[in-house]
Design a protein around this ligand. Sequence first.
Ligand SMILES: *Cc1c(COP(=O)(O)O)cnc(C)c1O
Length: 223
Amino acid sequence: MTDIQKNIAAVRSSLPDGVELVAVSKYHPAEDILEAYECGQRVFGESHEQELVHKYDALPKDIVWHFIGHLQSNKVKYIAPFIAMIEAVDSMKLLKEINRQAEKHNRTIDVLLELHIAEEATKYGFSLDDCREMLTQGEWREMKGVRICGIMMMATYTDNEEQIAKEFTLAKDFFNEVKQQYFADAPYFKQCSWGMSNDYMIAAQCDSTMVRVGTKIFGERIY
Ligand SMILES: *Cc1c(COP(=O)(O)O)cnc(C)c1O
């Protein structure tokens, strides 16, 4: 086994059953992704559309690609033909454009709504109130090209595990509220995407269904 394969096995074995591992491969070469692929990993996360398109072209077509970064509306068209999930929808404008591009390709693209809960001012995402407002307003109900499958967020980057757990719990409570109010009859609305290399074990304890782990698998990124 290679180091990458050992790391994947270690992360997988520490996750509860049913938690999906998204291997975050941004800034790592296609060969590294293949190593992970060869030990059964299929879901990969990328955050730059150009890099993703190159990797999509070069790699096996049964890879399930998640776009996890901030996506500009004018870039949606590059990934719309093949992207499985866009995790970080942070505006109505972006949601509309994903819908438009998906319809062009006769697809339905799964998306998550990104919440801004962390303390850092630089992180993208809806405030809880803006997200509520968007859902109440209801335009999303007419969008046949997108399927809202849950919530995504990043916790504050800190050593304070209590704070991290508090933020994940807040996200979970919000997920439950939204599920009950808008998606009670939608079995696909079930994803809680939180947890990265430094906090995925806390995330798993706070009901995450999807963790996005990069460094722990592929090593430090060289930007
Ligand atoms: C880069 C990135 C990750 C992975 O971070 P690591 O600390 O390397 O595990 C997860 N989620 C998002 C949104 C990212 O941009």
